[in-house]
Design a protein around this ligand. Structure first.
Ligand code: NAI
Length: 299
């Protein structure tokens, strides 16, 4: 039996941890010894309003259980430096950043959709990129910095969700490519694609049956162990995205298939060889593709 993965002496920031998945991650890390900054703006699931109550309640719960936590109420989009500074002021260092804060609005695509796309990009993508940038020098200094981002299984496509899914796609790409720079300075950058019953899922535009299924079967507590593994100094993977729901943990892969090749390529050849080009049986994960074929992308 391996020794329990402890977070004694480690300091974590979990954004959006006043509720839902973030609160669960923060409590789990604190229960294993981490000192945690509970950051939460405290607004609605759609991204309006603000309140100190959610973050304060999670801090009180952690402290009552004998853990260490402080609250921060800044928006990840507006004041990322202050969120990181809260960790430095309270605990003197930063080892772990869990980018979790998020909003969700269902919006059919059309001329009116752009403000919602911008808002989702602001909170999810610029929030993630901004807090990560502020944290980076401290994570380098940690010597084993860990970043856990939050993307979504909706990456495969979800109706009426171009704002949300586009922002989650940006986080996916950010994770994959920042991992390359992290590797040079001892930082591991991974992501989760969770599904769990929360306020956000309760208010989402999905069937009441699936909401009930989530409440019965997909608790946030079955996602947080995955976050904790990726946040631990012994984490052995980098640039990966793990889908997590109801106890299942799966690798979400960016890949290519064998496809079709011709140096006399024509639109007609594409038409004739579509079955090969789309063949799921020849899929290989990204890192098994001959990198020389990818030029700069695979370097
Ligand atoms: P939630 O709505 O219960 O919690 C999100 C928290 O983020 C809230 O407490 C909110 O106040 C906070 N927040 C929002 N904007 C913020 C900002 N600008 N600055 C600081 N805090 C902010 O939602 P849930 O479900 O716990 O979501 C957590 C993350 O997981 C999100 O990134 C979400 O997109 C993602 N996710 C959730 C899924 C689910 O099934 N619940 C599925 C896939 C992804």
């Amino acid at each position: 039996e391996k020794q329990m993965l402890s977070f004694d002496g480690r300091v974590a920031v979990v954004t959006g941890s006043g509720r839902g998945l973030g609160a669960s991650h923060a409590k789990f890390l604190a229960s294993r010894g981490a000192a945690v900054v509970i950051n939460d703006l405290g607004g609605s699931a759609q991204g309006t309003g603000a309140s100190a109550t959610p973050a304060e309640e999670v801090v009180a719960e952690i402290v009552a259980a004998g853990g260490r936590a402080v609250a921060n109420f800044d928006s990840v989009t507006e004041n990322p430096e202050a969120i990181v500074q809260t960790a430095i002021d309270a605990f003197g260092r930063l080892d772990i950043l869990v980018n979790n804060a998020g909003i969700n609005q269902a919006r059919p695509f059309g001329p009116d959709v752009l403000p919602s796309i911008r808002q989702h990009m602001e909170v999810h993508f610029f929030g993630t990129a901004g807090v990560t940038a502020a944290a980076w020098p401290h994570l380098v200094q940690s010597g084993s910095g860990r970043i856990v981002n939050t993307t979504s299984p909706t990456l495969i496509g979800f109706p009426q969700q171009t704002p949300y899914v586009s922002a989650k796609g940006a986080i996916f790409a950010f994770t994959r490519t920042l991992a390359l720079e992290g590797a040079e300075v001892g930082i591991k950058v991974n992501a989760i694609a969770p599904t769990a019953a929360t306020r956000m899922s309760d208010e989402a535009d999905i069937s009441e049956e699936f909401k009930q299924f989530m409440r019965d079967n997909l608790p946030t507590s079955l996602v947080s162990p995955v976050v904790a593994y990726l946040a631990h100094q012994d984490c052995a993977i980098n640039g990966e995205v793990l889908q997590a729901q109801g106890g299942e943990v799966q690798r979400l892969v960016l890949g290519f298939n064998t496809g079709f090749t011709s140096t006399d390529l024509t639109p007609e050849l594409i038409q004739q060889h579509l079955a090969e080009i789309l063949d799921p049986a020849t899929h290989v994960p990204f890192e098994q593709v001959d990198k020389q074929d990818l030029g700069a992308v695979g370097k």
